[in-house]
Write a protein that binds this ligand. Structure first.
Ligand code: NAI
Length: 467
């Protein structure tokens, strides 16, 4: 069978790229080996973790925070199997949604493991190893095979006692003591879920600093809030021997003062980053090779060195974020169709779904200092925002950084409730090269959290109205 485009992998980068290509009139197939479509993000990542975040937030709110509203609740309990069932139902609904979208767009799902098998006169050959193995050909191929959790050498992840993102989404009961290695995005998000449900959570982080990619003001605030909520976070640790049994894990580590310590826990989450899934693709069959970290080298348009072959999402440079992969998938589909798409990688928002959430787009203050760029900064706290107070969410702030001369917005950093939604305004503003004054002059609804964005922009000119 021959296609205009074959996409290997059905995660956000792959399935969205496939749909865009089909919209543009291409005959498209997607190779996916898993039983369900959607990749890590939908099956064992973003979507199920957000379902658990919500469940655990509702539980914590009902247990501890409703009394300020005058609501008395007694006998709150948590049914973990039911919570997991709800999460699984959301995943299943979304995955079936992609199957529907494939049918609607006449996209063929080739079930099996896809790998390159050379070229012929028609195009690029892709072998699909599944129940019915076959070799198909396409004029273009997008590699969108995503990433897998990085594991610690010598430590087996059984997803029962020692877990990565997958196992940590499916504990059948709340562990009494939960250990987490790595205070990154997954460690903080899932550590927070199980803390809210009652676990005592200890996070061991190798680096001496907290959330180094965030603006320093946000990291400081986040550390204060998260430790205040009860997360125990130890920095500058060196992990030693880890012993596991059917009951739990014992982690030997050296703390930042060089002292030997141990952490006993019932479950352990290892969240120390992810590695691209680029093994077993037979890249050499089409003259491709990975770089020293396993990524497929591409240019700014996700083109590999080989004509007709592209790679998007977690297998290429840049942040491992679902929406970055999606945009790359769309860009490649449009490029193949002869259009002139473009991604401004400086305008890709980041979100950490803790409570409160953290979101940012553009440069941090420390990056601007390092670059020697002259800038102005404005900050506005949610504690002075009426809507945030009404929602009992006064924590955090919005910080806007703008060029000193042109006042163009260079970065926006939010820690606070609904930061994931609020950051979209900042991304739009930055894509349109808005100045802080533009945001300050645009009418924002009152009362709303979004007013904090306007006020932070006005604060650059020392003109915040409610501070
Ligand atoms: P991460 O890169 O966010 O954090 C890993 C942390 O582990 C770092 O702080 C690192 O210093 C630490 N670490 C590494 N080796 C260590 C060791 N041996 N001992 C102790 N600490 C060690 O990685 P994470 O949390 O595993 O997430 C993986 C990827 O998934 C990230 O790239 C992230 O962007 C993506 N993701 C994004 C989400 C979102 O957008 N909200 C949600 C979940 C994941």
């Amino acid at each position: 069978m021959s296609y205009d485009l074959i996409v290997i992998g059905s995660g956000p980068g792959g399935y969205v790229g496939a749909i865009r290509a089909a919209q543009l009139g291409m005959k498209v197939a997607v190779v996916e080996k898993d039983k369900t479509l959607g990749g890590t993000c939908l099956n064992v990542g973003c979507i199920p973790s957000k379902a658990l975040l919500s469940s655990s937030e509702e539980y914590e709110k009902t247990s501890h925070h409703l009394s300020t509203h005058g609501i008395t609740v007694k006998g709150v309990s948590m049914d973990i199997p039911k919570m997991l069932k709800r999460k699984d139902a959301i995943v299943s609904k979304m995955s079936k949604g992609i199957e529907f979208l494939f049918r609607k767009n006449k996209i063929t799902w080739l079930k099996g493991h896809g790998k390159f098998a050379g070229r012929n006169d028609v195009g690029i050959l892709v072998a699909v190893d599944g129940d019915e193995s076959e070799t198909v050909v396409a004029k273009n191929v997008i590699v969108a095979t995503g990433s897998n959790a990085r594991h610690l050498p010598g430590l087996k992840v059984d997803n029962k006692i020692v877990c990565d993102n997958e196992g940590a989404l499916a504990f059948e009961s709340v562990p009494q003591k939960l250990g987490v290695i790595g205070a990154g995005v997954i460690g903080l998000e899932l550590g927070s879920v199980w803390r809210r449900l009652g676990a005592e959570v200890t996070i061991l982080e190798a680096l001496p600093t907290f959330l180094g990619a965030c603006d320093d003001a946000v990291s400081k605030e986040a550390f204060k809030l998260f430790t205040g909520q009860g997360l125990h976070i130890h920095f500058g640790v060196k992990i030693g021997e880890i012993k596991t049994s059917a009951k739990g894990a014992k982690i030997a580590y050296t703390d930042s003062d060089g002292k030997a310590q141990t952490l006993d826990c019932d479950r352990l989450i290892v969240s120390i980053g992810r590695v691209p899934n680029t093994q077993n693709l037979q890249l050499d069959q089409v003259g491709l090779a990975v770089d020293e970290r396993g990524f497929i080298p591409v240019d700014g348009y996700c083109r590999t060195s080989q004509p007709g072959i592209y790679a998007v999402g977690d297998v290429v440079r840049g942040p491992m974020l679902a929406h970055k992969g999606e945009d790359e998938g769309v860009m490649v589909a449009e490029l193949i169709a002869g259009q002139h798409p473009h991604i401004d990688y400086d305008c890709i928002p980041w979100v950490i779904y803790t409570s409160p959430e953290i979101a940012w787009v553009g440069r941090t203050e420390q990056q601007l200092v390092a670059e020697g760029r002259k800038y102005k900064s404005g900050q506005f706290p949610f504690a002075a925002n009426g809507r945030a107070l009404g929602m009992d969410s006064p924590d955090g702030f919005v910080k806007v950084l703008a060029d000193e001369e042109t006042e163009q917005i260079l970065g926006v950093h939010i820690i606070g409730m609904a930061a994931s939604d609020m950051i979209a305004e900042a991304a739009v503003a930055m894509e349109f090269k808005a100045s802080a004054e533009d945001i300050g002059r645009i009418c924002h609804p009152h009362p709303s959290l979004s007013e904090a964005m306007r006020e932070a922009s006005l604060a650059i000119y020392k003109r915040a109205l409610n501070m």
